[in-house]
Design a protein around this ligand. Structure first.
Ligand SMILES: Cc1cc2nc3c(=O)[nH]c(=O)nc-3n(C[C@H](O)[C@H](O)[C@H](O)COP(=O)(O)OP(=O)(O)OC[C@H]3O[C@@H](n4cnc5c(N)ncnc54)[C@H](O)[C@@H]3O)c2cc1C
Length: 388
């Protein structure tokens, strides 16, 4: 066993940490206050070669591993949770789907431009009646000659409206009882007639991240934009979510680290009853618990990423990392607000925003309940396999 990052990973961690601290963090509060998409951050991530680092060089990447990917997201989230999720959706939900399931022609058409940041990607699965139960989607795709005609509605789509390309999941078989077997994935470009977007949702947190509805009204997509075979869309959606959830676990770790940084600093500076509050055991123990849970969440996340790198099935381990890291983020950002007392409740101090941002990590890319469902199903399968 080896718990040390490689030299390359350490160099990357240091570089992203400095970049995120010096460039991303100072802009974050203002972008969020203005509910403005942080284009400057995305542009800089592209310029510095951070987009799609996990893809092979021929598609604009650097062939890096998933542990490196988790490190980048963690450091971005430590500075700005919004930038982290924009990056995560672009790189792992969108680009990775085209890389893993696209034809060579699709890869060459989209990936180099996505890697250079000339295109921004999104992933559109959720619908008003189908979130956790993704197999219940109703958006239809009917084959007409050399095209598919898409009709339906997606909701809560990250990068909605601002993204240039969308991975859209739709039902190619009219019988809804077929559930996951009737779903197919498509690459849909912004500007295609019939594709439109709702206004950005007003959310509890992640204000600078644009989350919108996506409307499809007789959107004609050429057959060559189908991603993977007909009926394989659900498998694609789930395989991609395994990668994505590593990113959300890493985002949760980054948010928790930021809350810990703020709480530690404050606890050594703030005095009550004649001493720094860190010298009151109640506060010191909160910090001890925070540091311990943070470390455990990080280890689970890196291990899930490591297993992905080994190419071994790791859906259960990814779900465990996402579940645990997001629960820790929620619990510990609440504690960070408590450590800052009244100041913690004020917008001026970052922990207030971190607490609101932590909440989403328990919801998107599968709620905590859905992660528990995934984990418990695997446990049962393992037990049955062991019994023969
Ligand atoms: C800010 C934001 C960004 C998002 N970005 C995207 C995106 O880019 N692309 C995309 O496709 N989607 C996106 N989503 C959607 C997100 O993935 C869904 O909201 C999430 O999966 C939950 O689905 P739902 O909202 O329909 O809740 P529901 O599925 O209706 O769940 C409601 C509650 O019931 C629980 N529940 C449901 N089924 C079960 C069960 N079987 N057992 C136990 N409990 C259950 C859930 O855990 C939850 O607590 C985003 C959402 C938000 C809020």
């Amino acid at each position: 066993m080896n718990f040390f990052l490689t030299e390359e990973q350490q160099v990357l961690q240091q570089a992203v940490r400095e970049f995120a601290r010096e460039e991303i963090a100072p802009r974050s509060a203002e972008y969020n206050r203005r509910h403005e998409f942080p284009w400057e951050n995305f542009r800089r991530l592209a310029e510095l070669g951070y987009l799609n680092m996990h893809l092979p060089e021929e598609y604009g990447g650097q062939g890096l591993d998933w542990v490196s990917y988790a490190i980048v997201i963690e450091e971005l989230a430590r500075a700005c949770a919004v930038t982290a999720v924009i990056y995560e959706v672009h790189c792992s939900l969108h680009s990775e789907a085209i890389y893993l399931f696209g034809t060579e022609e699709q890869r060459r058409r989209y990936l180099p431009r996505l890697s250079r940041g000339e295109l921004l990607g999104a992933y559109a699965l959720t619908e008003p009646q189908a979130g956790s139960d993704a197999a219940a989607i109703q958006t239809r795709a009917e084959r007409v000659g050399d095209e598919y005609v898409l009709n339906g509605q997606k909701i809560f789509i990250t990068n909605g409206g601002v993204a240039d390309v969308y991975i859209v999941f739709a039902r190619t078989h009219p019988d809804p009882s077929l559930r996951h077997k009737g779903i197919t994935a498509f690459i849909v470009e912004k500007g295609t007639p019939g594709l439109s977007f709702g206004p950005p949702e007003r959310k509890m947190g992640l204000h600078a991240s644009h989350t919108t509805a996506v409307y499809l009204e007789n959107v004609r997509v050429p057959v060559e934009n189908r991603l993977g075979p007909e009926g394989e869309g659900f498998k694609i959606a789930m395989a991609i979510l395994d990668r994505g959830r590593i990113g959300i676990a890493a985002q949760a770790v980054g948010i928790t680290q930021a809350a810990f940084d703020e709480a530690m600093k404050y606890a050594t500076e703030r005095h009550t009853f004649g001493k720094p509050i860190i010298e009151h055991q109640a506060i010191a123990f909160k910090l001890a618990d925070m540091a311990t849970e943070l470390e455990a969440a990080r280890l689970l996340t890196y291990r899930a990423a490591f297993l992905m790198d080994q190419g071994v099935p790791c859906t259960k381990e990814v779900a465990m990392a996402k579940l645990f890291a997001s629960e820790v983020a929620m619990r510990q950002t609440v504690e960070a607000v408590q450590i800052l007392g009244g100041y913690g409740y004020m917008e001026e101090y970052r922990v207030e925003r971190l607490m609101r941002e932590a909440k989403i990590t328990q919801i998107y890319e599968g709620t905590s309940e859905i992660q528990r469902l995934v984990i418990s199903r695997h446990l049962l399968k393992e037990l049955q396999a062991a019994r023969g």
